[in-house]
Design a binder for this molecule. Structure first.
Ligand code: UDP
Ligand code: MG
Length: 331
């Protein structure tokens, strides 16, 4: 056998407190499945001791654990993409490093893929997050369902998911620098499904997402998969133009009937500020799309790999194995 059956892809950004625990729980859970596997950990520009710990994990199990090191912070989804570019397994599983997704649930995902699905999405049962995170997620899931109805998923944020290799290869081939993995997978899936999985609080450390980062991340999802916000502004523009025209006619009639009036200046100001707000929001929306187009046309590398810790597998390696063993890769 030249490649593993299962590849597990895990992005890591400042997770020094959880990596040991992740290692023991993950390897125990996957060993119990009795299938061949590899674990690809991507160090996404950690500034703590994660890099050193990842190196020791690789040394402990060099034939199972591979580490891809970025030379900066390129974000969770780019880290997963880098993992996707290097996977060798037939079934690919993504998960977070912080053990919020229990590795013990992996068996369920593998069984679902083996039952004939090419993408297994998940939703978190009894989600253990702060109140505001739950609230933001709920609103965003509703907004996304409304704006991008073709993406049928209950919970876009749960990253313990499983894919057949051909879907992963398609995702890796897109070369997009701002994307949203779970949504991208659905666009290529022929037979996706969803399963519920347990969710835990972070084993240690703190979330890497503050409100601003979450907002940016959610814009990636909406703008990456829909032009609905732009169309919404066209519709809104038409509606406001029509209402303004009716208002002008109304004011003209009043002018003729009643004569000049000065009252209502503050009402007019309020209306004007409201309209300026909408215009600025619309401009920002257009900017979100334009910025992403700009990012894509510049064609800069979407991430830079500094180093790959990888040992040849002790069994007959295949062609792919040699390709990924370079120490400097730019993608
Ligand atoms: N992560 C990453 N790069 C980033 C932010 C996060 O690789 O810039 C990783 C992080 O190490 C974790 C996963 O993405 O494995 C999810 O991040 P986190 O747990 O902080 O997010 P939350 O669970 O709060 O959404
Ligand atoms: Mg987390």
């Amino acid at each position: 056998m030249s490649s593993p059956y299962i590849s597990i892809v895990i992005p890591v950004h400042n997770e020094q407190e959880v990596l040991e625990q992740l290692y023991s729980r993950l390897t125990a859970a996957i060993d119990a499945l009795g299938k061949s596997y590899e674990i690809i950990l991507i160090n996404d520009g950690s500034t703590d001791h994660s890099a050193r710990i990842l190196k020791t994990l690789h040394e402990r199990r060099p034939h199972h654990i591979r580490v891809i090191e970025f030379n900066g912070n390129f974000g969770q989804h780019m880290a997963i993409m880098a993992g996707f570019e290097h996977v060798r397994g037939e079934i690919v599983i993504t998960m977070d490093a912080d053990l919020q997704n229990p590795p013990e649930e992996m068996g369920k995902l593998v069984a679902t893929i083996e039952a004939g699905h090419d993408v297994v999405n998940t939703y978190r049962e009894n989600r253990q997050d702060s109140w505001w995170r739950l609230q933001v997620s709920k609103w965003h899931n509703q907004l996304r369902a409304w704006m991008v109805p073709k993406l049928v998923m209950r919970d876009e944020g749960c990253m313990l998911r499983a894919y057949r290799r051909h879907v992963v290869d398609l995702m890796a081939s897109t070369g997009e620098s701002s994307t949203f993995i779970s949504a991208l997978a659905l666009t290529y899936a022929a037979n996706p499904t969803e399963v519920g999985i347990a969710h835990a609080e972070r084993a240690a450390g703190t979330s890497n997402y503050n409100f601003y980062k979450l907002l940016r991340y959610n814009f990636d999802l909406i703008t990456g998969f829909s032009v609905f916000p732009l169309q919404l502004f066209t519709m809104l523009g038409m509606l406001i133009s029509f209402c303004s025209f009716a208002f002008v006619v109304f004011l003209m009639i009043r002018r003729i009937m009643i004569g000049p009036e000065v009252e209502g200046v503050f009402t007019l100001f309020a209306i004007m500020f409201f309209l300026i707000g909408i215009v600025l929001f619309g401009l920002g929306m257009v900017g979100e799309y334009t910025g992403r187009i700009y990012q894509e046309v510049r064609k800069r590398p979407r991430f830079v790999v500094k180093n790959i810790l990888d040992k040849p597998i002790d069994i007959q390696p295949n062609k792919d194995v040699y390709e990924v063993r370079s120490s400097q890769t730019i993608s």
